[in-house]
Structure formats: C-alpha cells, structure tokens
Design a protein around this ligand. Structure first.
Ligand code: GRF
Length: 199
C-alpha cells in the first residue's frame, strides 16, 4: 500500500508530532512520516524524532537572508524526502509563496484558538486577555494569510476562572492531540469525496 508521505514542521516541544507518530505506529492513522524539520536547533521535537528514529533535519531560519530563501531550503528538503503532505505542528514561521506553490492545498496547520478569533502568536494569551469563556483549537489548510485558510476541524475548550496561559494551553493541547489526527484521517483518505466531508 502506498501510504501518504508526511513532512512534519515543528519549532517547539513537538507533542503533536509525537501524537501523529504514535497513531501511525498504532495503526490508527494510515500514513508515514518521512521527515521532521525544525527551524529551532533547541526544539524538543528534534529529540523526539531521534527517539522515534524518524529522520530529522534542522534548518535554522536565522541562517537565511529572507523568508523565501528559508522556505526554498525547507521545500528542497521536503522534496528530497518525497513528502506529499506538510503538517505544521507548532511551526512558528509564516509560509511564503515558495512553500505554498510547492504543496498547493497540501499544507495543514494546528492553531490553539477557535479561528478566526485570535490568529497569530500567543493565541492562548489573547483569548485569556479578551475574556472569552470558550476557546479551543483549529486544524486548517495553510494559505498566505496567517491562520486564515479553510477550516478542517475545530474543538471547543471552556475557559476556567482560575486559568493561566499554561493551564488553558494544556487543556487545549488535549483537544489538539485528538483533532489533528482526526483531520488527517479524513483528509488523507484516498477518496475524492473527502473534501466535501471536511470543508
Ligand atoms: C500548539 O499549541 C499548536 O497549536 C501551536 O503550537 C503548539 C505546538 O505544540 N501552533 P507542540 O509543539 O505540538 O507540543
């Protein structure tokens, strides 16, 4: 069977990456992670990739003169590993046309708010500061506008009076770890009808 080839982009802890790897290993997600790329040499995601024996590449954005030059290197690496779907799992870089044109409609992002509310960085802090009583997370396709692509799945998370950014983010991540694999199960199925099911 030809499994969909995933490339994971992660800048931080990589818990969403680890969940995808676990679901694939358990057989509940039919896919293969070809490579994990991080822009952050200190990312724990890199250590996770080592532990999971998944190929991992560090591409430090600080070594590139422009976002496009950085994305060109990321794209070349994804292509070298024959990636078909790009999963941004805590990827703290804006996608440029370079990456978008290389993987049209094939880049997925997970964001810790109910988009279109609170796009961009510090989404959990934004939600707390605004005082919303319900927030959550969103899996969406990536477009040039940050956090504005077509929504695939969302999950709601109540905000508690005593929440800090850390406690709220921890509960949002429980939902992220549920809906990211779920969105991929729908998106990756080899059925032309799948698109109608998700957006
Ligand atoms: C997640 O909250 C995700 O929504 C955001 O960055 C965080 C990454 O978490 N984009 P992890 O690295 O997968 O643990």
């Amino acid at each position: 069977m030809n499994l969909p080839q995933l490339g994971i982009l992660a800048s931080g802890s990589g818990s969403n990456f680890a969940v995808l790897a676990r679901e694939i290993a358990q057989g509940s997600l039919s896919a293969h992670i070809s490579v994990m790329i991080t822009n952050n040499p200190d990312a724990y995601a890199y250590q996770r990739a080592m532990d999971l024996k998944i190929p991992a590449v560090i591409i430090n954005h600080r070594e590139f003169a422009s976002r496009e030059a950085f994305d060109t290197q990321v794209t070349q690496t994804l292509n070298a590993y024959q990636v078909e779907w790009v999963i941004m799992a805590g990827w703290m870089r804006r996608a440029t046309e370079v990456l978008l044109q290389a993987f049209p409609q094939h880049i997925v992002n997970i964001h810790p708010s109910l988009l279109p509310s609170f796009p961009g960085i510090k989404a959990v802090e934004q939600a707390l500061a605004y005082g919303v009583k319900i927030t959550g997370c969103t899996v969406h396709l990536v477009t040039l506008e940050v956090d504005q692509g077509p929504i695939l799945l969302q999950a709601a998370v109540p905000v508690l009076a005593e929440d800090t950014p850390e406690t709220l983010h921890a509960r949002i991540q429980v939902e992220e770890h549920r809906i990211l694999p779920e969105a991929l199960r729908i998106l990756l199925q080899p059925n032309e009808q799948r698109v109608k099911k998700v957006y």
